[in-house]
Design a protein around this ligand. Structure first.
Ligand code: ADP
Ligand code: GLC
Length: 486
């Protein structure tokens, strides 16, 4: 079979730029496709904060000193590549310092819409200059969701794209990229106003994601349950009606896990490797984790871990009462990593002050600590209000760290409630978005912990699960082939 040509366009990918799961997923998907012999070219903005993991980026000779005029402004840019990837995928970085040298990847600067519209256009211009006709442009989230419309409005003259189809992957419908309709001029879309939602324009809005959902040939999201949920008013965030009209084009593909990065056998960031056959290293990691955070180690006390962006999505509100109750009465440890909304950060700070012998909160971002928490904890907390897929519950399963999750989105698709009687299941799953749901799950976990044989069965069940890209990547490949008519 001939190689499928995939132009993968994303605002994040590890190791270069990451704020959340999108980065892990994009990079791993590119690697999978590359190693399968597909022609995959991943495009990213060259942010000032770009991490290259020690590798040196090189300028692409024929893609230097380019210009793109958008909204009457002329942007100068060049394109770089990472020659050291070695998995068959190609990585390109759009270098436009005027737009991407900012204090963070995402901003609330007045030109945020221009930054990502420019990025989207620049990727298409690169395809032109490469003389490369992608079968599929795989867009991710609102940042690249204007590509289908741009292809239609600004590039349809170019025969190169005559057979190109678009896929828009929704990683999180909570972020839609909504700007004032006055931005249309900046985006070179004044002439396309009749192709946009008129009610939005009347309300002085343009919605990037919604526009993408209208014009992309195919739509996907990152779990089957989330694909169903976003067609309801409870989860659709205003886009449910549109999604229902496009239900035939929408598929849910659960994210895969890069077990080269995230498994206790291969993880280079944890001090003690281990496996299902020999769990000694897990106990040693637990000791190491607690020691490095100045918490006393007690073999009998389970360690609860949490690593998260601290936003309303993640259900931290549900922990406000159950966690202090558990900490007051039970012999446990709690290790928290994350930053975000002030109310959640203050809650974690207060917990640490009230229970200094039991709780440690690290405010900020740390890859190393995230890995150590996966390896050194006994239980992992993910009480999400909504969760398109979620990666940490799948990482937890592989590390023998029992996930407590709410039954939503990808959490519902990847964690099964443990039944001590049959010995089946992989975690503790609660249905209702309530503090009582969390209370129930915490006490079920603590009860099970008392029976170490049962606990061992539970963690072995989780470690045996396989969410590798070999399975999920194939689903994307089938989807690309279907869209591209190959
Ligand atoms: P989301 O993309 O909604 O944030 P996911 O579960 O898909 O949720 O992915 C989150 C990813 O970001 C995981 O790899 C997790 O380890 C990482 N992460 C989140 N917060 C932090 C943090 N403070 N430090 C290090 N890694 C973090
Ligand atoms: C989003 C979602 C998360 C998902 C990730 C990667 O940020 O919140 O659930 O795993 O994207 O698809």
């Amino acid at each position: 079979m001939t190689a499928v040509k995939i132009c993968l366009v994303s605002s994040e990918a590890v190791p270069y730029a990451k704020t959340g799961g999108l980065a892990d997923v994009t990079a791993a998907l590119a690697s999978f496709l590359g190693s399968e012999g597909q022609d995959v070219r991943l495009f990213l903005p060259r942010y000032r904060q770009l991490e290259t993991a020690g590798r040196t980026l090189l300028p692409v000779e024929y893609l230097q000193r380019l210009t793109l005029t958008m909204g009457g402004r002329r942007f100068a840019y060049s394109v770089w590549t990472d020659p050291g990837v070695g998995d068959g995928s190609h990585r390109y970085f759009i270098d436009c310092p005027a737009l991407f040298h900012r204090k963070s990847l995402y901003t609330s600067d007045p030109d945020e819409h221009i930054r990502f519209a420019f990025f989207s256009r620049a990727c298409l211009e690169c395809c032109q200059r490469m003389g490369w006709a992608p079968d599929v442009v795989h867009c991710n989230d609102w940042h690249t969701a204007l590509i289908p419309l741009y292809l239609k409005q600004h590039y349809s003259w170019d025969r190169l794209f005559a057979r190109t189809r678009t896929l828009l992957a929704i990683h999180n419908i909570g972020y839609q990229g909504v700007f004032s309709a006055k931005a249309l001029g900046d985006l070179d879309l004044e002439g396309s106003a009749d192709l946009l939602y008129q009610e939005d324009l009347a309300a002085d809005r343009i919605n990037f994601l919604k526009t993408g959902l209208l014009y992309a040939n195919g739509l996907s999201t990152v779990s089957r349950t989330y694909a169903r949920e976003i067609q309801t008013s409870e989860y659709g965030m205003g886009l449910e009606d549109l999604l229902r009209t496009r239900a035939d084009s929408l598929v849910g593909i659960v994210n895969g896990v890069d077990y080269g990065e995230w498994s206790p056998e291969a993880d280079a960031r944890i001090p003690h490797s281990y496996s299902a056959e020999d769990l000694t290293g897990k106990r040693q990691n637990k000791q190491h984790l607690l020691r490095s955070l100045d918490l006393p180690y007690d073999e009998k006390a389970p360690v609860f871990g949490l690593v998260s962006r601290l936003t309303a999505q993640k259900g931290i509100d549900l922990l406000f009462e159950p966690l202090p109750e558990m900490l007051a009465w039970r012999n446990v440890r709690l290790v928290l990593l994350g930053s975000g909304e002030g109310r959640y950060e203050s809650f974690f700070h207060r917990l640490q002050q009230t229970f200094p012998e039991k709780v440690c909160y690290y405010r900020g971002y740390s890859e190393d600590l995230a890995h150590l928490i996966e390896a050194g904890s006994d239980v992992f907390l993910m009480p999400s209000r909504y969760e398109p897929c979620g990666l940490n519950q799948m990482y937890s399963l592989r590390y023998g760290t029992v996930p407590i999750v709410r039954k939503t989105g990808g959490l519902a698709d990847t964690v099964q409630l443990f039944d001590p009687a049959s010995g089946e299941g992989t975690g503790f799953v609660f249905d209702h978005y309530s503090a009582d749901g969390v209370r129930w799950a915490l006490s079920a976990a603590l009860d099970c912990w008392k029976d170490q044989d049962s606990w061992r069965q539970l963690i072995l069940n989780g470690m045996a699960k396989d969410f590798s890209w070999q399975v999920q990547g194939q689903e994307y490949l089938n989807l690309y082939r279907h869209l591209g008519g190959r």
